[in-house]
Design a protein around this ligand. Structure first.
Ligand code: NDP
Ligand code: 2IT
Length: 467
């Protein structure tokens, strides 16, 4: 009996010591990242969130520690930063900064969007590139992690200015990308128009019609049906699957969506198609409330066609209201919250409001829209949380389907692409669920997605040696 107790105590002590030293090791890697990437706060945040969730994996697979997988993973394979000079409509010279980060190519060519927004800097591009590694792995398709962009602000620019900027940006970027090397796409401020100008310039400079070099292209020059819809639709497929797992569904649920760009619009369209009611959407100036349910076609007209502000909506739709301010939207009572605008949209304060209002689920359409404190608070309060890496992976997954169609020189119908997208989203949900269960965090899809995404990349890195 006493021997038994002694054995239990000593194995408990051994176990606790091992876990403590694992935590120390992971903290050490995080501290080193902070030292080497001073001031890159968004990048620190993304690294901390992922690495901390990997402790149970390292416990089971000490070989990842021996092979220094974490230390290699947090260091981008390559970072490119360049000058983007262009001439505005007044004939004045403007200078912006361009970025491309080629983070990890263990499972395929670098893949990830380009963001054009004044807030873009090295930290933003690094955090987005880091997240992209795990997201792309989760899709089950052979794509590595990359990201890029510029501090260029497309707002208020003429079409010709956008074109000249894109041409200058591509004049430099073209030497670093290619269909088997690195395949950019859109993100904030980069949609079909920008991809068209970027593609035209690449084709001209390289004298090659390599359609797989960019995704999100127009349908008449190599684009894929359903790519425009894919991120928003994919988000809803994931959220629907998560709700079903917990005996809920979308019917008659009140939904609040931040943003009114590509992801937000198609999330709104799909969620309403499945029976929910979107009562609010926003842009960076303010939000609209329409208790009757947002008219998505009107939002498309205002934001996609006219490129105007969301406040126009309240002027044109009876019974709709407009409120100034970015974060006020999270004080509205809703069942499902879909942050689809930008990072750190929901901090602890907004998370508390959502919980007070009995939110059931959060689906992250944007990248890292919840702070780490908000994520922890939401999980502690039993809110179902669909993490960005998994829930918004439908966009990049469909980009990979676009690459596949380009390689085959064929195109699939909308229904074919949409069916593949849905299957991919359900697979991602299941992979996240299973990984969470296997590593002791059942129901925590944040941890599950990190682990499932990590394992494939780590194993590929192990197979390919120290490079
Ligand atoms: P868009 O440029 O089409 O739309 C962005 C929307 O978010 C706009 O309504 C914009 O408002 C709002 N927004 C942007 N920045 C801010 C800010 N700092 N504060 C408040 N609101 C802001 O971009 P997407 O819809 O493509 O991207 C939205 C999010 O989804 C991003 O986090 C992106 O990384 C992520 N994502 C995008 C994918 C894609 O395929 N496009 C795939 C996966 C994730 P305003 O018009 O006022 O600027
Ligand atoms: O964040 C993202 O996954 C995207 N912006 C889409 C990237 C892509 O390559 O389609």
């Amino acid at each position: 009996m006493i021997a038994n107790i002694k054995e239990t105590v000593s194995s408990f002590v051994e176990d606790t010591t091992r876990k403590l030293s694992l935590a120390q090791y992971v903290n050490g890697v995080i501290e080193e990242v902070k030292k080497r990437n001073k001031g890159d706060e968004e990048f620190h945040q993304a690294v901390e969130e992922v690495l901390k969730s990997l402790e149970p994996v390292l416990d089971k697979h000490p070989e990842y520690i021996e092979e220094r997988i974490l230390e290699r993973l947090v260091e981008p394979e390559r970072q490119i930063m360049f000058r983007v000079p262009w001439v505005d409509d007044n004939g004045d010279i403007q200078v912006n900064r361009g970025y491309r980060i080629q983070f990890n190519s263990a499972i395929g060519p670098y893949k990830g969007g380009l963001r054009f927004h004044p807030s873009v800097n090295a930290s933003i591009v690094k955090f987005l590139g880091f997240e992209q590694i795990f997201k792309n792995s989760l899709t089950g398709l052979p794509i590595g992690g990359g990201k890029g962009g510029s501090d260029f602000d497309p707002k208020g620019k003429s079409d010709r200015e956008i074109m000249r900027f894109c041409q200058s940006f591509m004049a430099e970027l073209q030497q670093h990308i290619g269909p088997d090397v690195d395949v950019p796409a859109g993100d904030i401020g980069v949609g079909g128009r920008e991809i068209g100008y970027l593609f035209g310039q690449y084709k001209k400079l390289r004298n090659a019609n390599e359609s797989g070099v960019l995704t999100g292209k127009g349908l008449n020059y190599g684009g894929s049906l359903a790519r425009v819809e894919a991120t928003g639709y994919g988000l809803i497929y994931f959220v629907d699957e998560m709700l079903k797992e917990h005996n809920h569904d979308l019917r008659c649920k009140k939904v609040v969506i931040s943003g009114s760009g590509n992801v937000a619009i198609y999330a709104a369209e799909k969620v309403q198609e499945l029976g929910a009611c979107v009562i609010a959407m926003s842009d960076s100036n303010g939000y609209i409330v329409d208790e009757e349910g947002i008219d998505v076609e009107l939002v498309k007209q205002i934001k996609e066609v006219e490129r105007k502000r969301i406040k126009e909506y309240a002027k044109r739709k009876a019974g709709a209201y407009y409120f100034e301010g970015q974060k006020g939207i999270w004080s509205l009572k809703c069942d499902i919250a879909l942050p689809c605008a930008t990072q750190n949209d929901i901090s602890l304060e907004e998370a508390k409001l959502l919980v007070e209002n009995n939110v059931i689920a959060i689906g992250e359409g944007a990248n890292m829209p919840c702070t780490n404190e908000a994520v922890n608070y939401l999980l502690e309060n039993n809110v179902l949380l669909a993490p960005a890496k998994a829930a918004n992976a439908g966009g990049v997954a469909t980009s990979a389907l676009e690459m596949a169609q380009n390689s085959m020189r064929l195109s699939w119908t909308f229904e074919e692409v949409d069916a593949k997208l849905k299957e991919i989203m359900i697979n991602i949900f299941n992979a996240s669920k299973e990984a969470a269960k296997e590593y002791g965090s059942e129901g925590n899809y944040v941890v599950g997605a990190n682990i499932a995404g990590f394992l494939k990349v780590a194993d590929a890195m192990m197979s390919q040696g120290i490079i």
